[in-house]
Every structure is written in structure tokens, then in C-alpha cells.
Design a protein around this ligand. Structure first.
Ligand code: ASP
Ligand code: CP
Length: 420
């Protein structure tokens, strides 16, 4: 296991920031920073063997163990991934530990074939770019193959076929299914008709569990760099909190953390449903509602903006979602902390008048949206590895790729961004 993965695992298991871990180990913060840098960085240093042994001792005597990556075929104890409500804090941390192990594959530094021979069906009955392609890519990067169907028009559902029949038929062809459907509960219906794993890729206004998992993983990763912990932090959720399924799943997951302040920033017509706010308010979390960005963003460590889900409104007029709600450079400079992390599940609506997250933040390093989308791959690989029962094989199955990969993915990335 690489040094960075071991150190991230130690921070997560002990719930310590990087400075907190340096104190616990009795080493300088500078040394810790250099150990957390990627191996190919000039400033990277190897940690001494004595420190490595000390970490192993602490972890094995601590409350949770690094050996907890499961080999059973389940995610958070279930054969399907339908809702974030199936996760506990421990099962979240197990998944993120495994996602860390997937990073070298996601960054094209290693290849892996543990799913060789397995076939995934990606059944998307609603528009998607990220979820469909990243699930497909994650399955392929583990050695599997993917069959896709998009929209109702090109599926026999257009001829009146039921979910039960569709699910049973497809299960005879493939080994796992990812389903996105416009109706609440429809993905759970697919799961009832099959014994192969079904993953919810978004069910109408219900949930988007894998989006929220990759969001939380991204927050953890950004906070590791900023020397912060999720427990005790301040998260602002902004925009269409009523219809957005990604923010519904994320708000529920935040309820697994302790001592959070969660600011809900939305006009009354787009407020978060109370049942979801109540789940976010577990563990002493404090929820406050605001109807203006100026008040709602102050002091937040993370601002999670969302798109107005017009496709779920059936022509309903939204009162109060004016240009004042747009998260742009001026708003961030005026109201946010200098080290804020700016997130969005995407897509953002970049058409004039949409008032969504502005493109004028594109060169701002606080904008984490593409680090967030990139994290869709390791998190979805970890989900497949758990559901297909191959999680324990990953460390021994990594090989060098024979092909060249880019050092930098996008023009605004600092390098192929790092695990630090
Ligand atoms: N892509 C996310 C979803 O499908 C968020 C959005 O579309 O605004 O829920
Ligand atoms: N975030 C998200 O689900 O994106 P897509 O709708 O493009 O899949």
C-alpha cells in the first residue's frame, strides 16, 4: 500500500487532520506534508520505517482497522446500492478507504482486471453525462465490459414492457445493473426483480446515492489538504433543495457526521423537505435556513451549489430564485471564507438567465467541481469492487499500463491532482 494511502487511512481511522496526525506521531508538520505528496513530486520524502511501524501499531489497536475492506459481495451490508440510508459511518469509511486504493487506476498509473469477464448494463431512462459514462468507465477500468441503453424510445419499455420484465430479462444477460429512471422508487423496483446487484443512478426526485458518496469523498479529500475535519465543519447547501436528488442524498449522509453546521440557502419555494432536514440534523448537527446568499454563505467551509431542476417542476413558476442567487466570483469574494471549497454535482446550467454556478470562477482553485467529477471514478470502482466481492483482490492485482496517459487532465488542473 502506498505511503499516502496509509497516511490517509490513519487520518480517517483516527479522525485527525494532517497536523493532528503529525502531533500524535511526534513529527513536524513539514515532514508530514512531504510524506503526503505524490511519489513523483520533487518534495516527496519517504517516511522512516519506525514511523510506518508506529502507524501500523496505532491502527491495529485503534477502534477501526485498515484490514476492514470486505471481500463479501455487498455495499454497506446490502446486495444493492439504492439509498444512502443503508450506510453507517463505518461503512462510509470502508468505501472511502477502498476508493483511495482505486486512485492509481483512476489516474491511469496502474491497470487492473479483477472484473474480467463481467458485464454491466447501464440503463439510463433520463439524461446523463457523468453518471452513465463514469459508471461505465469504472467497470471497464476494473476489466469488465459495458452494455448501454439510453432513453425510453430505444428500450422495449416504449412498447409497454414492465420494470419487472425488463429487469428480469436484462439480468439474464449481465452481472450488474446501474439504473436511472424519472420515477421515485423505480430503481428499487428493478432490484426486486433480480438477484444481480442494482445501483441507483438517480430515481426521479428521490436519491442519487453515488453522487453524494463521491461528494463526501471529495469534501474529505479537500479537507485533508486544508487541515480540516468533516466533523464540526460548516456546509452550505444552495439552490434547488426541494427537487435536487443529489443534495437530498448528501444532506442525509451529513447526518452521519457530528457537530456540523448546515446552512440551507434557498427561496421558500425550493426549501429542503423536512424529512430530509431531520436526517441531516442527527448527531447534534445544527440546521439553519436562509433565503439570501449574503447571509447563508458566511463562515461556510464548503458551498455546495445546485441547479434548478426544471424538468421536475411541470411548468411550476419559482418565486424568489433571482440573479441574487447566482454563485459567482463577486459573491464568493464578498461573502465566502478565503479557503472555501466550491462544489456542484453538475451539470451547471450555463445558459443566460439560469443563475447557476458562474463560469467566471473557472480559474479559481477553490472551485473543486472537476476534482469532484474525477472522484466519480475511484468511488464507483470501489462500489463495484464491494458489490462484486473483489475488494480484497485490488492491492495484488495492479499492473503497469503499456500506454501513455496525460500528466494533466484539463487546462486549469495543477497537475494530475494528487492524493495529498
Ligand atoms: N446530475 C444530477 C442529477 O442527475 C444533478 C442535476 O442534474 O442537477 O441529479
Ligand atoms: N451529476 C450527475 O448525475 O450528472 P449527470 O446527470 O450528467 O449524470
Amino acid at each position: 500500500m502506498s505511503q499516502q494511502i496509509t497516511l490517509r487511512d490513519a487520518m480517517r481511522t483516527l479522525n485527525l487532520t494532517r497536523d493532528g496526525l503529525a502531533d500524535r506521531l511526534g513529527v513536524s508538520k513539514r515532514a508530514m506534508d512531504s510524506w503526503l505528496l505524490p511519489d513523483d513530486s520533487n518534495e516527496h520524502r519517504s517516511m522512516p520505517t519506525v514511523v510506518e511501524r508506529f502507524i501500523a501499531e496505532i491502527l491495529h489497536s485503534g477502534p477501526k482497522s485498515t484490514q476492514s475492506v470486505q471481500s463479501r459481495s455487498s455495499v454497506a451490508g446490502s446486495a444493492h446500492l439504492l439509498s444512502v440510508e443503508q450506510f453507517s459511518r463505518d461503512s462510509l469509511e470502508d468505501l472511502f478507504r477502498l476508493a483511495d486504493q482505486m486512485q492509481p487506476i483512476a489516474r491511469r498509473q496502474k491497470i487492473c482486471r479483477v472484473l474480467e469477464g463481467a458485464v454491466l448494463a447501464n440503463l439510463f431512462f433520463e439524461a446523463s453525462t457523468r453518471t452513465r459514462i463514469s459508471f461505465g468507465s469504472a467497470f471497464c477500468r476494473l476489466g469488465g465490459s459495458v452494455c448501454d441503453t439510453t432513453g425510453f424510445t430505444f428500450s422495449s419499455m416504449a412498447k409497454g414492457e414492465s420494470i419487472y420484465d425488463t429487469s428480469r430479462v436484462v439480468s439474464g444477460y449481465v452481472d450488474a445493473m446501474v439504473v436511472r429512471h424519472p420515477d421515485l422508487g423505480a430503481v428499487a423496483e428493478f432490484a426486486q426483480a433480480t438477484h444481480i446487484p442494482v445501483v441507483n443512478g438517480g430515481d426521479g426526485p428521490g436519491e442519487h446515492p453515488t453522487q453524494a458518496l463521491l461528494d463526501l469523498y471529495t469534501i474529505e479529500q479537500e479537507f485533508s489538504r486544508l487541515n480540516k475535519l468533516i466533523d464540526g465543519s460548516h456546509i452550505a447547501l444552495v439552490g434547488d433543495l426541494k427537487h435536487g436528488r443529489a443534495v437530498h442524498s448528501l444532506a442525509k449522509l451529513l447526518g452521519q457526521y457530528r457537530g456540523l453546521k448546515i446552512s440551507l440557502v434557498a427561496p421558500a419555494a425550493l426549501a429542503l423537505p423536512d424529512t430530509i432536514a431531520n436526517l441531516a440534523a442527527r448527531n447534534g448537527n445544527v440546521i439553519e435556513s436562509f433565503d439570501s446568499l449574503a447571509d447563508g454563505l458566511a463562515g461556510a467551509d464548503v458551498v455546495y451549489a445546485t441547479r434548478v431542476q426544471k424538468e421536475r417542476m411541470g411548468g411550476e413558476v419559482i418565486e424568489g430564485y433571482s440573479a441574487d442567487f447566482q454563485l459567482n466570483l463577486a459573491a464568493v469574494e464578498a461573502w465566502c471564507k478565503p479557503d472555501v471549497v466550491l462544489m456542484h454535482p453538475l451539470p451547471r446550467d450555463s445558459r443566460p438567465g439560469a443563475n447557476d454556478l458562474s463560469t467566471d470562477l473557472n480559474h479559481d482553485p477553490r472551485l473543486a467541481i472537476f476534482r469532484q467529477t474525477d472522484n466519480g471514478i475511484p468511488v464507483r470502482m470501489a462500489i463495484f469492487a464491494q458489490l462484486m466481492g473483489v475488494a480484497d483482490q485490488i492491492p495484488h492485482s495492479l499492473r503497469e499500463p503499456a500506454w501513455r496517459h496525460p500528466h494533466q487532465v484539463g487546462p486549469d488542473d495543477a497537475g494530475f491532482h494528487t492524493l495529498d
